[in-house]
Design a protein around this ligand. Sequence first.
Ligand SMILES: *Cc1c(COP(=O)(O)O)cnc(C)c1O
Length: 375
Amino acid sequence: MEFSTRIIHEDNIKDGSGAVMSPIILSTTFERGEDGINYPGGYFYSRYDNPNRNALENKLAKMENGATCVSFASGLAAATNVFQSLKSGDHIIIPDDTYFSIRSILDQMFAAFGIRYTLVDMTDLAGVEKAIQPNTVLIWMETPSNPSLKITDIEAIVRIAKKHNCFTVADNTWATPFYTKPTDLGVDITLHSTTKYLGGHSDILGGALIFKNADERYERIRAFQKLGGAVPSPYDCWLLCRSLTTFVARMPIHSNNAMQLASYLEAHPKIERVLYPGLTSHPQHPIAVKQMQNGYGGMLSILVKGDRSSALKLADALNLFTHATSLGGVESLIEHRKSIEGEASPTADNLLRISVGIEDIKDLVEDFKQALEKI
Ligand SMILES: *Cc1c(COP(=O)(O)O)cnc(C)c1O
């Protein structure tokens, strides 16, 4: 069966009441069996495991064609657990435009433990290979990247990583398994901020790691999850399972809307450039065609003609696009990334990042039309 069917029908919790939808099991502790040792229900204490968390992890593993999944309280908690599986002296290769807080984690938490990184433009394969050092253990990918929507050739990076005995992580938060399945392209660990498209309604914070194989690193990270306890609550897991059932219904609207909005904006005289992998003008469009299915996602960035103030004016003049951070919800959002990333960030001053929601595209285009007339 296709994953959309399996997500709806498999891994649901039956409580004996006949309830069609899964209950939320809030209990933090579970009863031992008659022998006083074993746990007949398979659960023992909720930091270790919980029926709602188990259901969520099974569903997410299926969506990404992985062997298993470990879930967390946020996307960054998931990333932190990957870095915790390294050892002092290890070196990592990170995309030069990686999600900004990944760098903050490495600088503020892991530098003190002797973990070093090099920032590389992942579209330059020779540059990636050149950056590998004898102690490089991990190549991190994020495609499309944030906020410049660069596309990384996942299979090519996996080949380089294998040659140098590195493992690979792909942050698939933006592409989602609807468009790209890194596991199928050879990636060892697929990372999600489930806060975004998987949650889909801007009301759940969560993260997950999906493993291609239940290998030794998986065992280590599973142990960290249980011991460290950066886990999602039963309610969060339940709500996210609910969101996953409508995932395949939401995603085509996001990408169709994004494609149409990108085309409209690209032709507009007040827009300098549109960054969207579905456009033939995108520098890595052929790679996107090769590794993305069903469309090119719901995220795009635009460079507004003029400077920072022109971009901020446009964001302010829009009525349907809320000027707020985050992405992947049913509602459209727009954000001036430089303001959030700070002056040290390489992001252009006139760049706005757009998370295209599932409103009617006619209304979204109309909103940009009136806003662009005001700047
Ligand atoms: C939001 C995001 C994260 C961080 O996830 P949180 O759930 O906010 O911790 C990581 N990577 C990408 C690409 C994101 O968009």
